[in-house]
Design a protein around this ligand. Structure first.
Ligand SMILES: Nc1nc2c(ncn2[C@@H]2O[C@H](COP(=O)(O)OP(=O)(O)OP(=O)(O)O)[C@@H](O)[C@H]2O)c(=O)[nH]1
Ligand SMILES: [Zn+2]
Length: 336
């Protein structure tokens, strides 16, 4: 059989007594041992689109998973009809352990998670340099969410044909955040896509951005033609059903390993769930200075040991200033 390649010697045949692959069943096997592996591409009102091998299939969560929801980016185990034919429905019976979870709430008082992406390792924060004006506090909040979730942030500054990037970049220099600057012309000649793509290969990158910053235009330049979406406005129709305002959408990068996960435009970035003790982990140079901190220190309070430690010359005061600025964005203000 072709499946066995060139190993058609007798030994090999003997070790596969049932060449059809329908192995005998016994009662002691773990449940759903033979579930197919899938990757969640998008979620729409309880229906999940999953990639299984090269087929996109529609699935629902099996009741046995209880309250645990599968989200975009999840690796899942599926059983049932995996043909991907119209009107078929598979069942998700397992959610693999996640490497990361990116959450946001609509605002800080909102207990519901609006966007959840699993397994991303990079967060592309898309900001226009003008039209609309950059909102540094929103950027800071996205950075906090990235650090909290353990994602590496990538700042993507669009519309450099309308305004220069240097002032904004200065604000982030101390944080050492990687960045790409793009313009209308570079979008048109392909340079923007090339430069951004370089940073995406081998990664699962979630893209976030305020509405109108050019996120859709950019994402379209990165993905295959048949995956592109109409730009300009909110009524986003993907080739595969309506893209709801609450779900993200995973798109493969053509030619290389890697995924772009587009998320709906954000107006605010609620940080209800953020744990300051994880944000400090993005500042490894400051971590040793927290040893003398009071228990459960937010590192943004009077008794925080970092002030004295930095004053003793152990780290750059600008780094502590940046950490404090980020932590302060957890407090809600008008316009966040
Ligand atoms: N001048 C200039 N305009 C740009 C650039 N990139 C995108 N635009 C324009 O900005 C507008 C908004 O772009 P979109 O890609 O729709 O923005 P979006 O962030 O996806 O916005 P929503 O779809 O509302 O979430 C469009 O008119 C684009 O043509 C750029 O680099 N320079
Ligand atoms: Zn502290």
């Amino acid at each position: 059989m072709r499946r066995y390649g060139k190993h058609t010697d007798e030994d090999d045949i003997r070790s596969r007594p049932n060449p059809k692959g329908n192995r005998p069943r016994t009662n002691i096997r773990p449940k759903h041992e033979d579930a197919a592996e899938g990757f969640v591409l998008t979620v729409d009102r309880g229906r999940l689109t999953c990639l299984v091998e090269d087929r996109e299939i529609t699935a629902m969560k099996a009741r046995e998973l209880g309250r645990k929801a599968a989200v975009v980016g999840d690796r899942v185990g599926l059983v049932g009809d995996l043909s991907g034919r119209k009107d078929t429905l598979a069942r998700i019976v397992r959610i693999e352990e996640r490497r990361s979870v990116l959450r946001r709430t609509a605002d800080d008082d909102d207990p519901f998670e609006r966007v959840v992406v699993a397994n991303a390792d990079q967060l592309a924060i898309v900001t226009a340099l003008a039209d609309p004006e950059p909102r540094p506090r929103l950027i800071d909040r996205c950075l906090v969410a990235a650090y909290d979730a353990g994602l590496a942030p990538l700042l993507v500054l669009t519309k450099s044909d309308l305004a220069p990037a240097d002032k904004l970049l200065e604000t982030y220099a101390t944080l050492g955040v990687d960045h790409v600057v793009t313009s209308r012309e570079e979008l048109e000649n392909g340079d923007a896509a090339d430069r951004v793509r370089e940073r995406l290969a081998g990664h699962i990158t979630a893209f976030v951005g305020h509405s109108g910053v050019g996120k859709t235009t950019l994402v379209n330049s990165l993905v295959a033609e048949d995956r592109r979406r109409a730009t300009g406005h909110v009524n986003r129709v993907t080739g595969r059903g309506r893209h709801t305002t609450t779900s993200a959408l995973a798109l493969p990068l053509p030619g290389v390993e890697g995924w772009v996960i587009d998320t709906p435009g954000v107006r605010s970035f609620g940080l209800h769930h953020v744990d300051p003790s994880r944000v400090i982990l993005a500042f490894p140079d400051l971590v040793p200075g927290t040893e003398e901190c009071p228990r459960a220190c937010s590192h943004d309070e009077k008794d925080c040991a970092l002030d004295a430690w930095v004053a003793e010359g152990h780290a750059d005061p600008a780094r502590l200033y940046s950490l404090r600025r980020l932590l302060a964005t957890r407090e809600r203000r008008e316009g966040d």
